[in-house]
Design a protein around this ligand. Structure first.
Ligand code: ATP
Ligand code: MG
Length: 415
């Protein structure tokens, strides 16, 4: 059997690439408008970074990492998310010593060994954004606003924003105790993974994907009811900034982010249009992550936005990506002399920034015209003996069939 792409991966074919390029260009644009600069980090990191930076009670670290030993016996992991790498680079290059905050964005492939299904892949792609160095809720509100504006520009603005607070080191222990008391009688019925979380990180049980566990946690005590005064005030501030920007949200105490390092703000943009893979964007605050990874005690906030899920949702909402890009001009020729002229003209126009195309299969004239149609070129120029002599080119508008004669030196302008 012919070799196929690995399970959970997808090829992006040339006829679809322009849709990806569109969202990527828009992503860069909005990040620039909001004052975020790009960071590019390696596709793989030392495994230790993710054990520390994501947390060993998470699904990602417990079950989903692509980890292998390289030929130098180092344990290497393909990046399952972007934040840990951004933090590592922030520390390694002493960016914390500069004026804060540090605002960065990225566009990365991520790798997770998951059960492959619609909207869930083993290689997927994320837009991400981070703000390191400020504990003000202005930063949280800014990040949420960027996500909201971006999704609105992508035509999916009716997606729901869910926000919550997962508290801090002061108030979480009380909730944890209450949650353990609530879950203790149901312990035997929990899935194996959740049993292992009971002592170490019971809040994670609220995020279990198994239907049975979801049923079991119904009615569990919610972190929002246990917030300390500081966390309460921050949550109020966040809501007031979102209100000021007229950004609609739902307070949803069930939002528990999948990663250990989150504190205070947690949010997700959720749609009902993609079945159970409805979270398009998720993020929050992680005030202890930088220190955890070996840097100074500095707060941070950020989000990750899945590109595949975004594109699926845009498609679902009937977003108009326009036509796939096509050449402005196709140049056809009749005869050898005309062919040389065509090649010269092609090169001349391309160097002036015109997208021009020629038939590199050298079909006969009829074949070239058929191919011209296939390429979707806006105009076709036919080069024959007359054109070579007169330096005057006949341009055919492929949509209307209308023909005009244009001097060679005016061609680029005419197009
Ligand atoms: P989920 O609850 O769906 O597993 P998550 O909490 O693991 O998501 P994050 O780690 O917050 O997801 O990643 C941010 C975003 O990346 C998600 O909101 C989603 O859009 C996307 N994403 C995560 N895992 C996958 C995957 N396996 N395939 C495609 N997209 C994904
Ligand atoms: Mg997941």
């Amino acid at each position: 059997m012919a070799i196929q792409a690995p399970k959970g991966t997808k090829d992006l074919l040339p006829q679809d690439a322009y849709k990806w390029q569109f969202i990527e260009a828009e992503w860069k644009k909005i990040c620039k408008e909001y004052g975020f600069k790009e960071i590019r980090t390696p596709m793989f990191e030392a495994t230790e970074l993710f054990n520390r930076g994501i947390g060993d009670t998470t699904d990602v670290v417990q079950k989903e990492m692509y980890t292998f030993e390289d030929l130098g016996q180092r344990s290497i992991t393909l990046k399952p998310e972007g934040t840990a790498s951004a933090v590592r680079a922030f520390i390694e290059h002493n960016l914390y010593a500069e004026t804060q905050p540090t605002k960065m964005f990225y566009d990365i492939p991520c790798f997770r060994y998951e059960k492959a299904q619609k909207g869930r892949y083993r290689q997927f792609h994320q837009f991400g954004i981070e703000n390191f160095g400020t504990d003000s809720m202005l930063a949280d509100a800014e990040i949420i606003a960027l996500g909201y504006d971006f999704l609105t520009r992508m035509g999916v603005g009716d997606i729901e924003l869910h926000i919550s607070s997962v508290g801090c080191r002061n108030c979480r222990p009380k909730h944890r105790e209450a949650l353990q008391d609530f879950l203790r009688p149901k312990y035997d019925e929990l899935c194996e993974t959740c049993k292992s979380r009971f002592d170490k990180n019971p809040m994670r049980i609220l995020d279990c994907k198994s239907d049975k566990d979801r049923e079991l946690v119904k009615g569990a005590p919610m972190m929002l009811d246990y917030l300390c005064d500081d966390c309460k005030q921050d949550f109020e501030d966040l809501k007031s900034y979102l209100d000021a920007m007229n950004i609609k949200y739902v307070v949803d105490p069930t939002i528990v982010r999948g990663l250990d390092y989150y504190t205070k703000t947690a949010f997700e943009f959720i749609t009902t249009k993609l079945g159970s893979q409805g979270t398009v964007c998720g993020g929050g605050r992680y005030d202890h992550l930088i220190e955890e990874i070996g840097g100074p005690d500095m707060p941070g906030v950020g989000f990750g936005l899945g590109k595949e899920r975004l594109l699926m949702l845009m498609q679902e909402c009937g977003f108009d990506f326009g036509e796939a890009p096509a050449p402005q001009l196709f140049i056809a020729w009749i005869g050898d002399e005309a062919k040389s002229y065509a090649v010269m003209l092609l090169h001349e126009l391309r160097s002036q920034g015109i997208s021009a195309e020629i038939d590199t299969k050298e079909r006969n004239f009829k074949g070239q015209m058929k191919f011209a149609n296939k390429t979707g070129a806006a105009y076709t120029a036919v080069i024959g003996e007359d054109e070579v002599k007169s330096n005057e080119i006949t341009l055919k508008n492929m949509e209307t069939g209308e023909q005009t004669k244009v001097k060679r030196e005016d061609l680029a302008n005419a197009l």
